[in-house]
Design a protein around this ligand. Structure first.
Ligand SMILES: [Fe+2]
Length: 387
């Protein structure tokens, strides 16, 4: 029996209204915060107001850095780190989607150590610098997908090289996650489906890859089951409390599952897509690749793919996992091919090279053996829509 480990250095407050805890929790870390967020949605939705109200009530001063975009860049993190140092903030609060949370955690690392964001990303050979300090981070997700609120990952893009890489370190954990399903009520059906699909891919890839950890697998199983049941409801009824609550919960569980088990080829092949095409959302890339890669992968772990199919409401057979994804993507009108996303055919070779340069650690854990030819062929299939 494999020895498994469940270590969660992140304190979690989960439930409607959890954002109101920000002031009380923040006081443990000091009197001045850097609020990291995006340009618009948290202001329009009122989420940012709820946060600042809570901080005001507890006498916490704050500086707002609102320049984080989807597929956040190393430069955005470096700028945030400069502000954190200059303003002498005691702690950092990320409020927004996965990009914002990833950036907030990385700002904590960069503002507390030497070097720049790109020194801390994990190439297959390792990172250039290892952090040894961080500032406390509070994560407040406003989508239900990424799971970044509870894990050690920050995915960043270098717009110069188009590389998209991950900071993965125990100092990159947030200290506290305030998971408030009410903050997700204002997501459009499209954004609900896209972010929910990311969570589903976290569940699928952590469950089926070669790593083993039965505790974390339970999280992935529960997440897939909840997403299959409640994403359709959240999509149809944006203010359905139960559906939003279960989706926030599922995304969090899947975020813990990947913290232990990691992902596999779908994520490894997606990163170069949104790295080269920053207008493509992470989960749109996942959607366009997922069926082809699952058709390639299911034989490597038939038992788990059959289980996934069952959780998705299909017959408990490994190849049914592909059918389940095809139907799911159809139902939510998610992208089916790379061509649809504006990827150019001439770029496929470069994307495959980037998988090798940046993401080949996923090869070792993928359910079936992968080489560069297989990666290229899968990109071609995903481009042409050939299942
Ligand atoms: Fe993801």
């Amino acid at each position: 029996m494999t020895i498994v480990n469940e270590y969660r250095p992140v304190e979690i407050y989960f439930g409607e209204g959890a954002v109101k805890k920000a002031g009380e929790v923040g006081r443990r870390f000091g009197f001045k915060a850097l609020i990291v967020t995006g340009r618009k949605s948290t202001k329009v939705s009122g989420a940012l107001d709820k946060l600042t109200k809570s901080l005001d009530e507890h006498g916490i001063r704050y500086v707002i850095y609102d320049e984080i975009t989807p597929n956040p860049t190393d430069k955005q993190v470096n700028k945030g780190a400069d502000i954190a140092v200059r303003e002498k903030v005691d702690f950092i609060i990320g409020i927004g989607g996965g990009s914002v949370l990833d950036a907030a955690k990385a700002i904590s690392i960069v503002s507390s150590n030497e070097g720049y964001a790109w020194d801390y990303v994990r190439y297959p050979e390792g990172s250039r610098l290892i952090p040894y300090l961080n500032r406390p981070v509070i994560t407040i997700p406003t989508t239900a997908g990424t799971g970044s609120e509870v894990n050690r990952y920050s995915v960043l893009t270098n717009p110069m090289t188009k590389e998209k890489m991950v900071i993965s370190h125990s100092l990159n954990y947030p200290k506290v996650a305030l998971v408030d399903p009410e903050l997700t009520y204002t997501m459009s059906p499209e954004l609900t489906a896209i972010t929910g699909f990311d969570a589903l891919m976290h569940a699928l890839e952590s469950l089926t890859n070669k790593r083993e950890n039965f505790i974390a697998e339970e999280y992935a199983i529960k997440a897939a089951e909840l997403i299959a049941k409640w994403l359709p409801v959240a999509y149809e009824e944006p203010e359905n409390k139960k559906a939003r609550r279960y989706m926030s919960y599922a995304a969090m569980l899947a975020g813990i599952a990947i913290d232990h088990l990691g992902v596999a080829l779908i994520h490894a092949m997606e990163h170069p897509v949104s790295g080269h095409y920053p207008d493509v959302a992470h989960a749109e890339g996942l959607s366009a690749l997922s069926t082809y890669i699952t058709a390639f992968n299911y034989k490597g772990n038939p038992e788990k793919y059959a289980l996934f199919a069952k959780l998705m409401g299909e017959e408990e057979k490994p190849h049914r996992a592909v059918d389940a994804l095809v139907k799911f993507i159809e139902r939510f009108n998610l992208p089916k091919t790379l061509e649809e996303l504006g990827v150019e055919k001439e770029k496929l070779e470069r994307l495959a090279e980037d998988v090798y340069m940046c993401g080949r650690t996923a090869f070792a854990v993928n359910p079936v053996e992968v080489d560069m030819d297989a990666v290229y062929e899968l990109y071609e299939r995903a481009y042409e829509g050939k299942l």
